[in-house]
Design a protein around this ligand. Structure first.
Ligand SMILES: NCc1[nH]cc(CCC(=O)O)c1CC(=O)O
Length: 312
């Protein structure tokens, strides 16, 4: 927060269309709730945006998309950062915290193709684009005949690569396509029981300085309690699995009254071994449930699968 007469909040954001959309979403909500506020965007390019030709797992993973934003906040060039919760690492640097979790958009994955109406119509040997190990292992388990081909870049880049004919279909988060006003690109929403989403998928989170009560007071209006319970429950499972950057792990929680149901999945990259399980408990115990489900998955062989993945 700068010391002018009119309070200003600066949002550090990546320059991708989706990141900018999410930053504007937070700006608009803040300005609507607090008319005295001015909210400005501080766009920046991260390492993750620059290195597009190497699989994420080899260059340090998701942290590359948030580090520059965090440094900007710590150096007081910005006050908050808006993230896709899916991309937020489990640990935060000293002095920063995840303060706010906003209402979740559609958490499902989407089937996108210019040729095929749905996943089931894909012919033998069709080429499916994704760089997500989570999507890869589940697709291979459903259809071992399909060929998974790496697909990096932001949402628009991925769509362009599909349109150029490099893939028969690609899988993207529905939330990104909906936010970027391209819902018509979604040929089929993949049910969460068919393709378990990533922890936090579809939710936006806001990071700020730990010792910044003024900013935190403004942010409170964007908080969505049910989304927080769901996302923190999912993240607790990933944390307990030590699911670092790029992992074949799905985690998806739903809330019904004061009960939360968490489904978890760990799979080998070729889809030959998929371990799934679920836990149900009180919403007040979400993070403990996440830890418990991780233990159950590890006991059923997830430990062997993950060791293999990290080795490779
Ligand atoms: N990994 C990149 C990323 N981070 C967040 C989204 C989509 C929006 C969201 O999940 O909130 C995407 C694109 C995708 O997975 O298709």
């Amino acid at each position: 927060m700068t010391s002018s007469t009119k309070p200003v909040i600066r949002i550090a954001t990546r320059e991708s269309a989706l990141a900018m959309w999410q930053a504007y979403y937070v700006k608009n909500k803040l300005e609507l709730a607090h008319p005295e506020l001015t909210v400005v965007l501080v766009p920046m390019t991260t390492k993750g945006d620059q290195i597009l030709d190497t699989p994420l797992a080899l260059i340090g993973g998701k942290a590359l998309f948030v580090k520059e934003l965090e440094v900007a906040i710590l150096e007081d060039r910005a006050d908050i950062a808006v993230h896709s919760m899916k991309d937020v690492p489990v640990e935060f640097p000293e002095g920063l915290m995840l303060h706010t979790i906003c209402e979740r958009e559609d958490p499902r994955d989407a089937f996108v193709s210019n040729t095929y109406q749905d996943f089931a119509s894909l012919p033998n040997g069709a080429v499916v684009g994704t760089s997500s190990l989570r999507r890869q292992c589940q697709i291979k388990a459903l259809r071992p005949d399909l060929v998974i081909k790496d697909l990096r870049g932001n949402v628009n880049t991925r769509l362009r690569k599909l349109d150029e004919g490099q893939y028969d279909a690609i899988i993207l988060a529905a939330a990104g396509l909906i936010r970027l006003e391209m819902p018509e690109r979604i040929k089929q929403h993949l049910d969460t029981d068919m393709l378990l989403p990533a922890n936090g998928q579809g939710a936006v989170g806001i990071e700020c300085r730990t010792n910044d009560p003024l900013i935190q007071g403004y942010l409170a209006t964007l908080e969505h309690t049910e989304t927080r319970i769901r996302v923190l429950t999912e993240r607790a499972m990933n944390r307990a699995l030590e699911g670092g950057c790029q992992v074949p792990i799905g985690a998806y929680a739903t809330v019904d009254g004061d009960q939360v149901t968490l489904k978890g999945l760990v799979g080998s990259l070729d889809g030959s071994h998929i371990i799934t399980d679920q836990v149900i408990g009180a919403t007040s115990q979400g993070e403990a449930l996440g830890t418990q489900l991780a233990k159950q998955l590890l006991a059923q062989g997830a430990d062997v699968i993950l060791k293999e993945v990290y080795k490779g």
